[in-house]
Ligand binder design. Sequence first.
Ligand SMILES: Nc1nc2c(ncn2[C@@H]2O[C@H](COP(=O)(O)OP(=O)(O)OP(=O)(O)O)[C@@H](O)[C@H]2O)c(=O)[nH]1
Ligand SMILES: [Mg+2]
Length: 431
Amino acid sequence: MDTIYASANQNVSSIKIIRISGPEARKITKIFDFKLPKPKKYSVTKLTYKNRLIDKAVVFWLPGPNTITGEDIFELHIHGSIIIEDLVYQALSKQKKFRIANKGEFTKRGFLNGKIDLSQAEAINDIINAETEKQLEIANFQIDGNLRGKINLWRKQILDLSTKIELAIDFSDEEIPLNLEKEFLKNLDYLIKDIKISINNSAFYTSIRSGFLIVIVGKPNVGKSTLMNYIAKKDVSIVTEQPGTTRDIIEQKINLNGYPVYFYDTAGVRKTSSLIEKEGIKKTKKMIKNSDIILNLSVDNDFELFSDNYDKKIINVRSKSDINTKPFTNEDTSISIKNKKEMEKLLKKITDNISSLEPRESSFLVNKRQVDSAKNALKALKRIKNISIFLETELIAEELRLSSSALSSITNPIDIEEIFDEIFSNFCIGK
Ligand SMILES: Nc1nc2c(ncn2[C@@H]2O[C@H](COP(=O)(O)OP(=O)(O)OP(=O)(O)O)[C@@H](O)[C@H]2O)c(=O)[nH]1
Ligand SMILES: [Mg+2]
């Protein structure tokens, strides 16, 4: 096993932390010529390499296995200049069995040494990449091992079902007590329902990671691009008094009261002979399909134009309220570029709409990998419902095993290498 090292932060900074983890980490004291400090105690020491002073640094000695990697760790808190880091790296690169860490390799070792499960490793990456409060909230929830708790509970319920099936195998067909079958099916249904709820509720949490999609639609010239620029706080879309100005979809990501949100300005929908505009309108319709919330702008009280998107949250907005002073039927709110209060009210309404998507029960499943595994587990359980407990007991036992292993792959996959590459390749070096 190599000993790995990397800076925990990039670029010039006042302090830089270089972490060294692995069986040879203790050798750092020899390389930089200082006394082994007391474990877990902050100490200041001179780092000298081949009789040349490199830096006066804070060092931490963290002997394994009770460390985040499960290995011996040294931390060098050096002054964050490029040259100091470079000299430390040069010295380390000359040591046998030392090498620079790959992306996420510290976390990966923590996983391999049983310090964290895979959902917690994913949560570490989510914490580092979190840009909004809500993203941080769910990553922190996950890092506490909440998903593992839920998975273990489900697996225990499957184990209980398996025990009942073992009992059934011991009976001959006619003898299987009726209440055993009844109880088996009742518990199976309960479990199926619980996993289903988690899968359904996961959409909200995966959106928190990836961002909610909000599309601004309406006829040409209703003020969609003007609204977009207000939200973006800069001119991202062209605004003119000519109908049919916007053709391509314009995207802007913002932090809306803690929620990551993508706004899309679109081409106004109307009958047109212009080929370019037609293409734009096609894109608008596709965007509507993919969105979570629709901002439906109108100056003519014709909100029904987009009302067939029933499965979406639609907010009907009377625009240009400075010249459209009379409320429309079915309007949810009104805006005018001149009226800041109305604009803020709209943003509040959007935030409330996103909050209302939040399921009452937390899902625990927060990314596609986790949801896909849960779906596989669910499929196996559902197949059982078509199997006779009296005739094909062995088959049921096999489906239960499949379901259980699909669930355990969420936190502790057996076939790890492929998953590793995918998960850890978007980690930072030094984590
Ligand atoms: N009086 C008034 N004019 C507005 C308001 N919002 C936008 N406008 C004007 O309406 C015209 C059209 O605005 P845009 O934002 O380009 O409209 P759009 O919906 O993006 O139009 P297309 O891209 O053609 O579909 C411009 O001249 C804007 O200045 C408003 O609240 N009040
Ligand atoms: Mg426009």
